[in-house]
Ligand binder design. Sequence first.
Ligand code: GAL
Ligand code: CA
Length: 369
Amino acid sequence: MKKIMGLLLTTLLVMSLFVGCGSKEKDAEPTGGNDSNQSSSEKDQGNKGDNSADKPKVGVTIYKFDDNFMTYTRNAMTSAAEGNAELVMNDSQNNQSVQNDQVDVMINKGVKALVINLVDPGAAPTIADKAKAADIPLIFVNKEYPEGTDKIDYDKVWYVGTQSKESGDIQGKLVAEAWKAHPEWDRNGDGVMQYVMLMGEPGHPDAEARTKYSVEYIKDEGIRVEELEKQTGMWDATKGKELMTTWLGKEGDKIEMVLCNNDGMALGVVEALKADGYFSDGKYMPVVGVDAIPEALDLIQQDIMLGTVLNDPLNQGRVSIEMAINSAAGKDVLDGLDFSLDETKAVRIPYQPITKDNLDLAKKAYGME
Ligand code: GAL
Ligand code: CA
């Protein structure tokens, strides 16, 4: 049995490696083709000299393509690279060893900078060692090395993301304010908020901080809470729906609030609630998320979701690529950018609270208007 499992695992790994290479080649080719045409004509007009220095090859990995928020960030990267860099884009399929191999391949292919969305945040030093050995600048994006990017032994490494705690604080504030304005949400009238918590990936700094600080903020507002259920839904709508369905079966009417570490899971939660008769005939459940993806904005517009926290994909995608291009050209990594580095070598893009009152702000950040 063990042997068969081993064989199966190996086969799966080999298959996923193939798929990984396939999607990379597919993505890399058209961009490469367009870019080389475009850059030669740009060169004729300009006086900048070396063509390859103008349009560096930048190697990108995304921890998995099948992630709502990272898809928006990835598209923002592609737009930012247009005319400025040739992107080699990899789907790491949620597998750190696949990602390690992708980095080796890209370094061998001569990329001039790396933009890495880690699978496992703890793998940052391993990737940094590879970049250091090849003397290639490295920008981590979205998943932060938990000990701090400044603790990595390489001078050409930086991070672009957010201040994770801020998203927890903002979500907590949103919930606390709404709870105080709606005494009827305390269904059993015990003066305590009975909540369930859907967490992102364990060990992900965003997931850990959102789980902790949202509830801390609510408590600091003088609201008493009771956690009925808490589990990871891995940022994923399908898993979110499964969890919520189970909890509705188990806890039923006891649940008074649903806190989700991201909107992806909140979408699944809403589906489970709808299947249980919520959001019609006056049956309501407050649900909050983080990211402000367009599907969630839609639910807020319809008074289904209570609110979310804007996690800005356009800026995170754009800034990571521009930092890669700058550092590849030997310029100051923040050249031409309106952001600064904190003491951990990180650019922190601010989060913003989003409710029905300011949906436009989020729509702009997602390029919807
Ligand atoms: C978070 C985001 C999640 C998920 C995760 C992936 O910042 O809120 O939805 O995309 O990043 O690392
Ligand atoms: Ca209660």
